[in-house]
Design a protein around this ligand. Sequence first.
Ligand SMILES: Cc1cc2nc3c(=O)[nH]c(=O)nc-3n(C[C@H](O)[C@H](O)[C@H](O)COP(=O)(O)O)c2cc1C
Length: 180
Amino acid sequence: MRGQAGSEALVIVHSWHHGNTRKVAEALARILGAEVRTPDRVDPATLGEYDLVGFGAGIDSGRHYRPILDLADRLPPGGGRRVFLFSTCGVPAAFARGEAFDRLVEANHAELRARLADRGYAIAGEFSCVGFNTNSFLKHFGGLNKGRPDAADLARAEDFARGLLAAPRGERLEPSRTTR
Ligand SMILES: Cc1cc2nc3c(=O)[nH]c(=O)nc-3n(C[C@H](O)[C@H](O)[C@H](O)COP(=O)(O)O)c2cc1C
């Protein structure tokens, strides 16, 4: 689909726990004028048709969900094509601020970032926010981060997408512009 800057964008997301990351994907796609697809609906050979591709998922065991990591392994050489990463994670919202959160996101995204970079894709930016988490024992206490991502999280995701559209080709957005 044709985005605001006249480029073709695609947002790929795997989201199953509560649909948290799907909400972020849709907010990003609204701004980018992009289609949202799940990894099983993506033919890696066709990614060359897009100027910008986003890869996102919830976080499990400190990394993106497996279907997104597996997709990254099947991609053709990137040749410097612009991509971005996004996620939602289940840490308590009180810890999802400032540099501590930036460091956490840096770690959560490391595996997917490395796989994309190894294939020659240029990381244009990364976004993350917290999401409702009822994993394991948390379900017995009503879960963590109920209602997240909320309207403010999605507004930040939209700002991030605007930043991607505005960034000169090749520029990587700073963490402070991407994660909160
Ligand atoms: C099996 C499982 C493992 C998880 N592991 C982590 C983790 O290592 N770190 C974290 O911050 N959140 C973790 N979470 C929380 C999810 O990443 C979080 O709830 C996310 O928003 C779910 O996204 P989704 O609704 O798009 O699937 C885990 C959740 C599940 C169900």
